[in-house]
Design a protein around this ligand. Structure first.
Ligand code: ADP
Ligand code: GLC
Length: 494
């Protein structure tokens, strides 16, 4: 395939700014595309939390970005490089919007001007493209934060039929967050009120940026095939299933990859001892190290340690873990939780740790090193998600020989195979219902195998460690989508 010029726009990218898997995904995909010869550039907000000197960022240009009724906003652009790749990253600086303590908000609430913060990102990305003469073949945008880009490309930035318009791809990492705001945003977007329409940006008399992106992007995808099918239903589409169905012929699902340079128990410098599929002795040391780090008593060989690394939100089924916690202890297991999120959950887990110090430990907050230690030191990884567009942590857990106990939804259903003791196939334990009962049944299966059937357990761990989800194969699939989007653009002028 000829080398393409790919411009990505997103709110997160590791290691610069990240709150969840979106950041891993934007980094992993852009690196993989660059490795196979494409020219990949990424535009991110210039959050003040990004350390310009640590990442060797330099000033690239200054520009005034038109924002409709708000007038033009003076932005600076810094330029840097994603680690281990030729990916150029541009950071849009506008301190009144991006010099804040959080990426999206504070204490669980989004910033009230998130509409302007992310519309500015989108508009600035296109202004920057013009100022630098980038002429991308495809503009690939992620989630609602960047969803105004395809809307702009299809309206204000549309060139006449004789010129080349770039194709666009919108990747939906999470349908729950749609960017829904007061309709006054139409005057900031400045694309004309005719777009405040049911089959466009309008959503219950408000503006829905993700919905606008869905209608205007050349092609759409989500981050797993199962989630792409699920979001045709109301329950998973959070009210915009109609828009998804209108465009279902243009929607596909591509699984994310995992970064095995970062997540590899054979070389990981953050864990107590390295280990491999052939020699797992180090994993026992990692378990003891995790217990010591979190102040849990070291246990005999029959007590499994269950690990959770997650945003503490409804999506992840955290309430199911909370509700089942005492019965989980009744399975003679220890449980550790690393995460941050909804205030009730943070308080609940802190109290649980105080009341059951021999069974339960938690760290509330974001801690990259501890995330590695939990992956390596746990016997099972617990993930009872209500919905899961892809999920990366279960992939990491498998690589560390920590079979997931997960709900069969979205990317979890596509990446974890239920263990069958007779055939010795499978990489974890899956369950269907989003209930405490179903979670406990699956944990019961897991703990019984752990305690009573070492051969089966050994097969399960080997299967899990052998599974690979690479960015190289995801990048090949994206190449196919870019090519298809380019053809559509030429044929339909979409
Ligand atoms: P999501 O993006 O929905 O949160 P993913 O499984 O795709 O779920 O990605 C989560 C990413 O965030 C993983 O890299 C995981 O290790 C990381 N992560 C989540 N919570 C924490 C935490 N409290 N501390 C460290 N890393 C975390
Ligand atoms: C979102 C989803 C998660 C996915 C990640 C990266 O945060 O919740 O399932 O893995 O994006 O695509």
């Amino acid at each position: 395939m000829p080398a393409l010029r790919i411009l990505m726009v997103a709110a997160e990218m590791a290691p610069f700014a990240q709150e969840g898997g979106l950041g891993d995904s934007v980094l992993g995909l852009s690196q993989a595309l660059s490795r196979i010869g494409h020219d990949v550039r990424v535009v991110l907000p210039g959050y003040s939390s990004i350390d310009a000197s640590r990442h060797s960022l330099r000033h690239c240009l200054s520009m005034d970005v038109p924002m409709g009724i708000l007038g033009s906003l003076p932005c600076g652009v810094l330029q840097g490089r994603a680690p281990g790749s030729g990916v150029t990253v541009y950071f849009v600086r506008y301190d009144p919007y991006y010099a804040r303590s959080g990426l999206y908000g504070h204490g669980g609430d989004g910033y009230p001007d998130n509409d302007r913060r992310f519309v500015l990102l989108c508009r600035a990305a296109l202004e920057l493209t013009g100022a630098l003469g980038l002429e991308p073949d495809v503009v690939h945008v992620h989630d609602w934060h960047a969803a105004a880009v395809p809307v702009f490309l299809d309206t204000l930035y549309r060139k006449d039929a004789a010129s080349r318009n770039p194709a666009s791809l919108l990747t939906i990492h999470n349908m729950q967050q749609q960017g829904v705001f007061d309709k006054g945003l139409m005057d900031v977007l400045d694309i004309g009120w005719e777009h405040f329409h049911f089959r466009d940006l309008e959503f219950f008399d408000r503006v829905n940026l993700l919905k606008g992106g869905i209608y205007h992007a050349t092609l759409l995808n989500t981050v797993s095939p199962s989630y792409a099918a699920e979001i045709r239903q109301r329950e998973f589409a959070h009210g915009i299933e109609g828009a998804i169905r209108d465009r279902e012929a243009d929607l596909s699902g591509i699984l994310n990859g995992a970064d095995y340079a970062e997540w590899n128990p054979e070389t990981d410098p953050r864990i107590a001892a390295n280990y491999s599929e052939r020699d797992r002795a180090g994993k026992g040391l990692c378990k003891r190290d995790l217990q010591r780090t979190l102040g849990l008593p070291e246990t005999g060989p029959g007590v499994p340690l269950l690990g959770v690394v997650s945003r503490l939100v409804g999506q992840k089924g955290i309430d199911l873990i909370a509700g089942a916690a005492h019965r989980i202890f009744g399975l003679d297991a220890q449980l550790v939780v690393l995460g941050a999120g909804e205030p009730w959950a943070e308080t609940f887990f802190r109290t649980l740790a105080r009341d059951h110090p021999d069974r339960f430990a938690c760290r509330i907050g974001y801690d990259g090193t501890l995330a590695h230690k939990v992956m390596a030191g746990s016997d099972f990884f617990v993930m009872p998600s209500r919905f899961e567009p892809c999920g990366l942590t279960q992939m990491y857990a498998m690589r560390y020989g920590t079979p997931p106990v997960a709900r069969a939804t979205g990317g979890l259903a596509d990446t974890v195979e239920d263990f069958d003791e007779t055939t010795r196939t499978g990489t974890g334990f899956l369950f269907d219902g989003a209930t405490e009962r179903a979670l406990l049944d699956a944990l019961g299966r897991a703990t019984r195998a752990f305690r009573g059937r070492p051969d089966a357990m050994d097969a399960l761990i080997r299967n899990a460690m052998a599974r690979r989800f690479t960015w190289a194969s995801a990048a090949e699939r994206y190449e196919g989508l870019y090519a298809e989007a380019g053809r559509r653009r030429e044929n339909e002028g979409r």
